[in-house]
Design a protein around this ligand. Sequence first.
Ligand SMILES: [Zn+2]
Length: 358
Amino acid sequence: MEKINFTIKHRARMGRTGQLQVRCQALQTPLVVHAGLTVKSLLAQEIAKLGGQAIKQEAFDYWLSGTKAAEFGDLHQRLHWSGLIIGDPGTSQAYQWAKPRGKKKDGVRFHDPQLGQLKFYTPEAALEWQKELGCDFVTSFDRWSDYYAPVDDLKAAATQTASWLGKPTDGILASVVGGGLKRVRMISAQAASRQSCAGYAVKGIGNNVKLREQVRLLQEVLTMLPEQGLHYLTGNNSLEGTLIAMLAGYDLVDSDCAVVEARHHVAFVQTKRLHLDKQHFVTDQRPIDASCQCPVCQAGYSRSYLHQLCGQGAALGDRLLMVHNLYTLNQLASAARQAISADVVHDLAAKWAIDELE
Ligand SMILES: [Zn+2]
């Protein structure tokens, strides 16, 4: 794996901008990591044209095939993507398929319902696969647990995840788990802090947690981690959740929200949302957002046409909305970087009615 350099450039309140030097590219942080659903929905070149710079790939999706990692080759070539690829073990599916006795000290045993086979996924395999697939960052193995799981489960997950941090390697992100419990999260964060690693992958604070609680947790977790190193928030974050995380000090933030909301016929417009399947759009000849520079708005596709496509369940409707939403999401990340650099985080937070940031 190539040497990665991350430098913090500017701090404003809790937020910070930085530069990530990887694969001969200098990426400005904070930035959005486009997760699996986005990569499955749009071509890599399209994601790049709409401002995307980083994607996430889960080793589990490849490992499950039962073949060898070498069969897939380097993912940059396979996906035609020259930007950053963040690898993740992708343990959530394995743990959701596993019975309680399948949660072992050396990995997770589960029944694969698709192939009808018993399988055993280990930290060593997950690391090896991420490296073989050519990921620029690899993430340490974690014992997945639901945010609302009993305390004992969350504690077992934190202790087990800490024990899998292993030997420090260049480009490794240490998984930090623990749900919403401070003392449990601390077990995981302290173990990760003792490692020499490229950064910290904060897991398990997702969309199923109320936004106000997310804001509190996101800030609390960062107080447990070293300032140096990348702060990476994983999970399926909403548009608002992504912005909050960026303003709170996360350098990389996972999000599939552009695609998820497009599939529900929703378009992002400034701080609002248009639900294009609503009847009143039938006669609305305006573009989604007259001030938007995305290819869909620039070409002048009307809200009325999008309403019609959505009503017909046409794939084209989803696709046009994905393009607009993805561009808007990346523009929001750019706005977050500018606000932090210019010390006007408060203004951007106020515009989005985010008042819980310290
Ligand atoms: Zn647009």
